[in-house]
Ligand binder design. Structure first.
Ligand SMILES: Cc1cc2nc3c(=O)[nH]c(=O)nc-3n(C[C@H](O)[C@H](O)[C@H](O)COP(=O)(O)OP(=O)(O)OC[C@H]3O[C@@H](n4cnc5c(N)ncnc54)[C@H](O)[C@@H]3O)c2cc1C
Length: 482
């Protein structure tokens, strides 16, 4: 070994959760070492540069119901953090509809018979929910399907929920935990949605929009985005950390974790090192990756780990000889005939993301490592995406002058019906050791946004600074950002 160093805290992974934790403890006089395997910090919230373009992993809007956190991140990032009003639409029935859905707009596309059917099942459901306590008690909210049927009724389930959820998750919504919907859609205001619907009906506003439309109705959600991409948040934490006793090493390879000694062996710049934590090791890396690196093993944990799945994702970036595609931040594609789930055009987010006269779009496909989709060649994926994008009137083949494909493992914690039980077993096994803590979207398997990962990082720092060694397992985010 080429050196033996001691730090108060060693953090595995330089995503926003690890950086946020490091920032808070370093500020209080603790020394920190952050070990990151990639070339750049930021994890899932990072931005790439390519031939004059900048792009993220799909979209990364920053917003938070936690006001203090929002203000703190805003002040760390500084003046390049710009406010936007979210605009997005969904491609259904061969046209673009407002998203989140506005029922008049959706009903117009569905046609009168389906609309009447949907209204009856929605209305019936709402009445049962309001007036029939037995109905409430009889509803066991286990799966995402249960959750959606409970709020919206059967017809809207088949139109709004089933196609997109089954396409993204590659399974039936009855196999996905209702927790996912709770985390994803907290704050959904059904009463307001109904009020808005009636107002629109009175004004006879059943409109849908073409891609060129400037007058898109925003859904009201504000968010922030750095002029140079999502990377501005991790970079802001890195800047702040420089003032304190901290070290961030990228392109490191962790070779062994000795839990009892809180010791990490790693290689960096072709040399081997060993570092010891005086207070704690914080892991934000995937649970199965962490397990592979530790010195103690347990057959039962291994079995459960195999059953707790992360979903992987492929990003297909298309570069276009065209100033702009649309004014949307997102476009959603639930239809299975379209190869990808979403399209994000970074120029809508910030002009600095693409050169003048050109634009780029990021299309994403969710899958599992080594399934048929994952194993397609880049050329196959690009061709399928261009064909689909042309079908959805997003672009013309001849406008595409370059492409890039990036595969990312462990992007989505996959909430199957008993994920929580499995997660508890694994985290208890890891944290049962001496001062090791799991943190973040990837590290503690929490389907969340970047603000939630930051909040968890802040919370863990607060606890450890106060000598409170509780796990984050049962920590619920104060205000979910959706
Ligand atoms: C497609 C997509 C869209 C999203 N959209 C939004 C959005 O609009 N708004 C929003 O707020 N959030 C969004 N998110 C969520 C957001 O990206 C995450 O919540 C956040 O970035 C997670 O940060 P983290 O630090 O918890 O985890 P990660 O970013 O996963 O950090 C873990 C870090 O550990 C590193 N690592 C892994 N293995 C090792 C190893 N062996 N050794 C060392 N380091 C290792 C990784 O490289 C990474 O840097 C989106 C996520 C995805 C996938």
């Amino acid at each position: 070994m080429n050196g033996q160093m001691k730090y108060d805290y060693i953090i595995l992974g330089a995503g926003v959760a690890g950086l946020a934790f490091a920032y808070k403890v370093a500020k209080e006089g603790n020394s920190v070492l952050i070990l990151e395997k990639e070339k750049t910090i930021g994890g899932l919230s990072r931005t790439f540069e390519y031939k004059g373009f900048r792009f993220d992993f799909c979209a990364h809007r920053f917003h938070s119901g936690n006001k203090d956190l929002l203000e703190e991140v805003k002040s760390l990032v500084g003046s390049s953090f710009k406010k936007h009003i979210k605009k997005s639409r969904i491609y259904m029935f061969n046209r673009y509809l407002k998203y989140p859905f506005e029922l008049p707009n959706l009903f117009r596309a569905m046609g009168p018979i389906s609309s009447i059917h949907a209204s009856i099942s929605f209305g019936y459901n709402s009445i049962l929910r309001k007036f029939n306590k037995d109905y409430l008690a009889s509803k066991e909210m286990v799966s995402y399907k249960d959750w959606f049927l409970y709020y919206f009724g059967h017809k809207l389930y088949t139109i709004m929920c089933y196609p997109y959820a089954s396409k993204i998750w590659n399974c039936d919504p009855s196999e996905i935990s209702a927790d996912w919907a709770d985390q994803r859609f907290q704050g959904l205001k059904i009463k307001e949605m109904i009020k808005k619907t009636f107002k629109k009906i009175i004004k006879l506003d059943f409109s849908s929009y073409s891609l060129e439309d400037e007058s898109l109705a925003p859904d009201g959600g504000e968010f922030y985005y750095g002029e140079l991409g999502a990377q501005e948040i991790p970079n802001a934490f890195e800047r702040a950390l420089k003032k304190y006793n901290s070290e961030i090493l990228t392109e490191t390879k962790i070779t062994k974790i000795y839990e009892k000694q809180l010791r990490i062996d790693y290689s960096y710049n072709n040399k081997n090192y060993s570092a010891e934590a005086k207070k704690a090791v914080i892991t934000t890396i995937p649970l199965h990756v962490y397990y592979e690196l530790i010195d103690k093993k347990d057959k039962n944990t291994e079995k459960v780990l195999k059953e707790l799945k992360y979903m992987d994702i492929i990003f297909i970036y298309l570069f276009l000889n065209k100033e702009k595609i649309s004014n949307d931040h997102w476009l959603y594609f639930p239809d299975r005939d379209i190869a990808f789930n979403r399209a994000v055009e970074f120029k809508t987010w910030s002009k600095k993301m693409a050169p003048e006269g050109k634009t780029a779009t990021c299309l994403d496909i969710t899958c599992f490592e080594n399934d048929d989709t994952w194993n397609k060649t880049d050329e196959q994926l690009v061709k399928e995406c261009i064909d689909s994008a042309e079908k959805a009137k997003l672009l013309k083949k001849e406008e595409v002058f370059d492409s890039k494909v990036i595969r990312v493992r462990d992007a989505y914690p996959f909430y199957d019906l008993d994920y929580e039980k499995k997660l508890k077993k694994i985290v208890n096994f890891i944290e049962n050791s001496n001062n090791i803590f799991c943190l973040g979207r990837t590290g503690i398997f929490r389907y969340n946004n970047s603000d939630n990962s930051i909040e968890m990082g802040f919370e863990l720092a607060k606890r450890l600074l106060n000598k409170d060694n509780r796990s984050l397992l049962d920590y619920t985010i104060k205000k979910v950002s959706y």
